[in-house]
Each structure stands twice: as structure tokens, then as C-alpha cells.
Design a protein around this ligand. Structure first.
Ligand code: UD1
Length: 421
């Protein structure tokens, strides 16, 4: 199994290009199942998750290939069955449910398992599909949804205990594309990735309004054509490199960024005194304050502070003097990075879904374990500023969501390499 060895203390500078969004690419690739015509998706990051989604499309019957960030898909005919062996490796594979139901009138998809960041139920997805008139049966770890007479437009509220659901909104929006009449999704997730999916669906000929706001209106259509689409830049990769630039940088530039998707993070970083300069043409420059202030963040659905940046922010606060507080409201148990950061000398007290972080002068290297995608990013960030060489195990987590992270960091001047063992 591969490990990453990160030598702390190198100063980062220069420019890095941000890849296309993983969380946009996955549902957009799933959405190609809605059309029989060719679809061409650009700016797809080369990650284990996106490659896996392409494999799922192929196994379901589509022709699909990925080359240099472009995926070409044509789903002339597809199966309505996605068994456990096909979907078990990636929770996001659940987003094939909506398009399969819409296209085939039925779908049989294995339930995704939980993961370390939480229980991750899909009750809201199923509630939405039921509201569109589908029969839903959950049995033996499998979900069968069927609507032999077709789906019918309805008014659906997608709010759950922890706020809106991103992939749940995507699933219901994709299912509703062919529903008879008009569907209104209230308390819809307003994440930029939901809006990007709707932009792609509209390019295929769907009639969706309001995506990117809490109210989405979908007027049913009878068929879709093909389309070409470029995925938006990855705001979480951008945010992660911004924090790398602050922890270990002497002025780092990010290219291909949508700064309007990063407002809450930029506000938090500026609130600590760091400099974030927005340039024209999607470029951001970051540099650290010499006297940063402790701060407080609470994760919330978009446009609030993203849960996917919480672990990285925690890494930043470990060496910000004073007491910073992070409250996690989206996945209340998402703190697997905390014990690992403590092994590196961080002073963090966890109480329920709140982390109280007392900044220390410097972290020190230790062997640590990546538990999930964003936790592994937090460990890399912490290691960049730590004294000594940190060994990060279970590296495969980071390859799910960061395209060439080691090459990109090396190009900025970081010292890190992969080893087997
Ligand atoms: C997506 C992102 C993930 C991000 C998350 C929250 C993708 C591929 N993944 O995941 O990176 O961390 O949004 O921004 O886009 N919930 C329910 N019932 C449901 C569905 C969700 O209770 O049916 C709960 C979840 O347990 C969680 C909260 O709602 O507490 C938000 O989850 P959700 O937005 O659905 O996350 P995903 O869409 O799976």
C-alpha cells in the first residue's frame, strides 16, 4: 500500500492550476445515462472516483472513455440493474438511481454502505422519488424503485435533519427530467455542483430553473439530445491549496478558480488576517498573515462554510495562536482527522460536534493514518508546516479526490514523495 512522505519546512511559491470538480463530475457522468445521444464532458479530473464512475457507466451498457480530462459517453441502451459489486466502492454511485429510474421506468441499485464520516442514509433520495410516484422497496441491502406508468411532477421538500442533501437533490432532479408536468423541489441543495448538473441537463434539452437556489422547478420533457459540457473548477481542491499557501507559502497563486464559489472560506481566511487577492480571469493569490488570529467556523450547506473544508481548516488552526472553534453541523461525527493531528502535537478538544483548537507554535512529524478523503488532505497540510518528515498511510483516500496532488505540491516547492510499504 502506498504512503506519502512529506518533509515539513519547505516554502511554497508559484502557481498551480485547479482541476475540474470531482463532485460535479460524478453526477454529470451519471446524468449521461439519461440520453441515447453522444455526450462529451470536459474538465473531468483524473481520479479514482471519476474512473470508477466511467466503469459503472460501461458496466451499465454505455460506451464510455476518458482521455486527457474529456469523457465521451453514449448510452444507447442501458441496464436497470446496478448490483452491489458495481456500486459498493463509492458512495456517490447512488446518483445513478435517478437517471436509471427516469430512463428505464425502474432501477435496482444496491444500498451504499456507510463511511467513516457518518451513517449517510439515503432516506431523502427515496422520499423524493416516492413523491414523483415511484414505488420504493428496500430489501436485503438493495433498493428497487419502479414507476411502470412513468413519473409525475410533484412538490417535494428535500430538507432533512442536517439540512439539504446534495446527491439527493441531484437524484430527484434527474428523475424529474422526464416526469409528466412540473416538479418543484423545495429546500433543494444550492451547491454550485447542483447548478452545474442542471446546466448540463439543460444543455441536453431538459427544462430546469432555479438550480443553485433552494427552489428548483423542473418542467418534464419527453427526450434528451446529446451535449458538450465543461465541468466547473473544484472549489474544495482550490480551498485546500489556499490553505497550503497559508501554512507553508511565500505567496501562492491558484489558476482556474471560481472565487464566487469560495466566499465563506475566503471570508474565514481574511477574518484570521490572511491575504486573499482575487484577480480577473479566475486567479487567486494567497499569503499568510505574520500575526494570524484565531477564528470560529461552523459548517453548513452552501453558501455556508463547506464541511469538505472542515478538516483542512482544523489543520490550519492547529498552529494559529489563540483558541479557534469549529462546529460541524453537516456530518456531526466528521472528526477522524483530530486524533491524527493530535499525534503531531495539536491541542484539540472534541466535544460532540465541536472542536476547540488551541494553537501551538509548531507541529512535529509522526506516522499518521488517513481515514477519509478530506482528512487525508488535512494531514498533508499539517505535514507541510511540521518539523520533520510525516508518514501518511492509506494514501488511496487522497487519490479519490485530488488530481496529482503530490506533483502539484512539488511544483510549488514542497518536498514529498510516495513509497510502497
Ligand atoms: C455530497 C458530497 C460530499 C459533501 C456532502 C455535503 C458528492 C459526491 N459528495 O455528499 O463531498 O461532504 O455533499 O456537502 O457530491 N442525509 C440524510 N438523508 C439522506 C441524505 C443525506 O439524512 O437521504 C444527511 C447526511 O447524512 C448528512 C447531510 O444529510 O448529514 C448532508 O448529506 P448530503 O448532502 O446528502 O451528502 P452527499 O450528497 O452524499
Amino acid at each position: 500500500m502506498e504512503k506519502l512522505l512529506v518533509s515539513g519546512g519547505s516554502r511554497l511559491s508559484g502557481s498551480v492550476r485547479i482541476s475540474g470538480s470531482k463532485n460535479s463530475s460524478l453526477p454529470i457522468l451519471a446524468a449521461t445515462l439519461l440520453s441515447e445521444e453522444p455526450c462529451i464532458i470536459h474538465n473531468v479530473p483524473d481520479l479514482s472516483d471519476t474512473n470508477y464512475m466511467v466503469q459503472i457507466l460501461i458496466t451499465l451498457g454505455a460506451e464510455a472513455e476518458m482521455e486527457n480530462g474529456t469523457v465521451k459517453v453514449q448510452a444507447r441502451e442501458i441496464s436497470s440493474q446496478a448490483p452491489y459489486d458495481l456500486v459498493r466502492k463509492m458512495r456517490a454511485s447512488v446518483c445513478v438511481l435517478g437517471p436509471m429510474l427516469a430512463r428505464k421506468g425502474e432501477a435496482f441499485v444496491s444500498l451504499p454502505g456507510g463511511c467513516v464520516i457518518g451513517d449517510r442514509p439515503i432516506d431523502l433520495h427515496l422520499r423524493g422519488l416516492e413523491a414523483l410516484g415511484a414505488d420504493v422497496e428496500v430489501k436485503g441491502g438493495d433498493i428497487r424503485v419502479s414507476a411502470p406508468e412513468g413519473l409525475k411532477g410533484a412538490k417535494i421538500n428535500m430538507r432533512g435533519q442536517y439540512g439539504s442533501t446534495v446527491l439527493g437533490t441531484d437524484n430527484v432532479m434527474m428523475a424529474a427530467v422526464f416526469a409528466e408536468g412540473t416538479t418543484i423541489i423545495e429546500s433543494a441543495a444550492a451547491e454550485p455542483e447542483v447548478e452545474d448538473l442542471a446546466t448540463f441537463l439543460n444543455a441536453l434539452g431538459a427544462r430546469i430553473e432555479g438550480a443553485g437556489t433552494p427552489k428548483i422547478v423542473i418542467h418534464g420533457v419527453e427526450s434528451l439530445s446529446g451535449a458538450e459540457h465543461a465541468v466547473i473548477p473544484d472549489r474544495i481542491e482550490a480551498g485546500t491549496f489556499m490553505i497550503a499557501g497559508i501554512i507553508a507559502g511565500d505567496g501562492v497563486e491558484l489558476e482556474n478558480v471560481r472565487s464566487d464559489h469560495l466566499t465563506s472560506l475566503i471570508d474565514s481566511l481574511r477574518g484570521s488576517g490572511h491575504t486573499v487577492n482575487l484577480q480577473d480571469g479566475g486567479t487567486i493569490n494567497v499569503s499568510a498573515s505574520t500575526d494570524p488570529k484565531a477564528n470560529e467556523v461552523t459548517t453548513e450547506p452552501y453558501p455556508g462554510f463547506p464541511t469538505d473544508m472542515q478538516a483542512q481548516m482544523c489543520a490550519l488552526y492547529t498552529t494559529t495562536s489563540g483558541i479557534s472553534v469549529i462546529t460541524e453541523t453537516v456530518f456531526p461525527n466528521r472528526f477522524m482527522h483530530v486524533p491524527e493531528l493530535k499525534r503531531m502535537g495539536a491541542n484539540i478538544n472534541l466535544k460532540d460536534s465541536m472542536a476547540v483548537i488551541r494553537g501551538v507554535d509548531q507541529l512535529s512529524a509522526a506516522p499518521v493514518m488517513a481515514s477519509d478523503l478530506r482528512a487525508s488532505a488535512a494531514l498533508v497540510l499539517a505535514a507541510l508546516g511540521a518539523d520533520g518528515t510525516t508518514e501518511i498511510n492509506r494514501l488511496y483516500h487522497i487519490d479519490r479526490g485530488y488530481e496529482n496532488i503530490d506533483q502539484k505540491l512539488r511544483s510549488l516547492g514542497a518536498e514529498l514523495h510516495r513509497v510502497n510499504g
